[in-house]
Design a binder for this molecule. Structure first.
Ligand SMILES: Cc1cc2nc3c(=O)[nH]c(=O)nc-3n(C[C@H](O)[C@H](O)[C@H](O)COP(=O)(O)OP(=O)(O)OC[C@H]3O[C@@H](n4cnc5c(N)ncnc54)[C@H](O)[C@@H]3O)c2cc1C
Length: 386
């Protein structure tokens, strides 16, 4: 068993860490949170120049053909510096590059992969609907009806990250109403500028610099050639995207946890009470120690999942566990962080409040912790509780 990164991976980590120290300073990240609903183009360009978007794109399509462990290394650094930047920048690799690499035909790969790798194309993924995300097969009602050489899409999607800046929407819609829902869904590549597409930002509590949207589709014509994968196999295809997404989301939670821990640790050394730094009090030390344990635990499980993924082994249950362990680490770090900052934690002057707002998104997106627990229990042979 080898817990060490390779030399190339160490270099990759050093490069992205250096980038984060230079470009994602605490002041800049605060500015992003207060002013932006997506990272500005110049930051996107800088990441593109570092080949960030092509990390996992196959080499023959202009990328670097790296694996999930490599992606996690970069994501860990980015998410610790700014979870909003890490999510925003992860959308196109996760919802464009990966599904197209795995499901796309030659034309789709040639058209999209080089442009995703160069950072020119932005993507989002539209699965959740206003009627519900957890029971998506029960809630989904967006349809894509075949009409000549097009699909005509009608319906609405909810909580779609980055849709307001996306060039393309990876849409999951009903293409056969007359069969069991899981056997009647398809994935379509929708040009976000198509007539009939309306995208509105939804106001939310945290992770402001990665906007979340509602999308309406009103008789939107999508060329039939934009079908991704096999018609009516969309549910099974998308499950293949959701598993790696769980690893990615776990890394985002880990980033929040590490940032909250870092800030609280620094404050515990600076702030004094009763003539001592508060970090000398045992309870503060225990808050920090407990958080450190959870961070280490989450980090190990996430990298194990990434390794399983790269080695083509099954990792769905482990990734679901990692999602929960990392969320809980971020929750602990954010809550203890607020305790350690005392009254200042509740002001907008320090970043403790941002970690406290940000961690919450990860508890239910892309899958809620409650549903994750159901999935894990079922994997041990227990009956469905719902
Ligand atoms: C900021 C943000 C960004 C998002 N980005 C995207 C995106 O880019 N693309 C996308 O498609 N979706 C996205 N989502 C949607 C996300 O995946 C859903 O919010 C999530 O699946 C939960 O669905 P819901 O919000 O409709 O909650 P509901 O499904 O209504 O669930 C409400 C509550 O009931 C619980 N519950 C439901 N069923 C059960 C059960 N059987 N057992 C136990 N508890 C249960 C849930 O755990 C939850 O606590 C995003 C959401 C947010 C808030």
């Amino acid at each position: 068993m080898d817990f060490k990164f390779t030399e190339e991976q160490e270099l990759l980590r050093d490069n992205i860490r250096e980038f984060c120290e230079k470009e994602l300073t605490a002041e800049y990240v605060r500015w992003l949170d207060e002013n932006c609903n997506f990272p500005p183009d110049d930051l996107v360009k800088k990441l593109a120049d570092m080949d960030f978007f092509g990390l996992t794109v196959p080499e023959e399509h202009g990328g670097q053909g790296m694996g999930m462990v490599d992606f996690c290394i970069v994501s860990e650094e980015l998410a610790t510096a700014s979870v909003a930047v890490a999510i925003s920048m992860g959308l196109s690799p996760a919802f464009g590059a990966r599904p197209i690499s795995e499901l796309g035909n030659d034309d789709q790969k040639a058209k999209h992969l080089p442009r995703i790798a160069s950072g020119e194309e932005k993507w989002c993924m539209a699965l959740t609907e206003p009627a519900g995300g957890t029971d998506i097969l029960g809630a989904i009602s967006t349809t894509a009806e075949k009409d000549g050489d097009s699909y005509v899409v009608n319906g609405a999607k909810m909580f779609i990250s980055g849709a307001h800046v996306a060039d393309y929407i990876l849409l999951i819609a009903i293409t056969d109403k007359d069969v069991k829902r899981s056997k009647g869904l398809s994935i379509l590549i929708v040009d976000a500028k198509s007539p009939g597409v309306t995208i509105n930002l939804v106001e939310k509590v945290g992770i402001h610099a990665c906007g979340t949207c509602e999308i309406f589709f009103d008789d939107v014509r999508v060329p039939a050639e934009n079908l991704l994968g096999t018609e009516n196999m969309g549910w099974y295809h998308i499950l293949g995207t959701l598993n790696p997404e769980r690893i990615g989301t776990s890394m985002l939670s880990l980033g929040i946890a590490k940032a909250a821990f870092r800030d609280a640790l620094a404050y515990s050394k600076e702030r004094t009470a009763f003539g001592k730094p508060i970090g000398q009090f045992q309870i503060i030390q225990h808050y920090l120690a407990e958080t450190a344990i959870e961070i280490e635990n989450a980090r190990n499980l996430i990298y194990k999942c990434a390794w399983l993924c790269d080695n083509k082994e099954r990792y769905d249950v482990e990734a679901t566990m990692a999602k929960i362990v990392a969320c809980r680490a971020s929750e602990k770090a954010a809550l203890y962080g607020m305790e350690i900052f005392g009254g200042y934690g509740f002001t907008m002057e320090y970043d403790a409040q941002r970690h406290f707002r940000d961690y919450k998104q990860m508890m239910f997106s892309p899958i809620s912790d409650e549903m994750s627990m159901n999935y894990i229990a079922q994997s041990y042979g227990l009956p469905k509780s719902y």
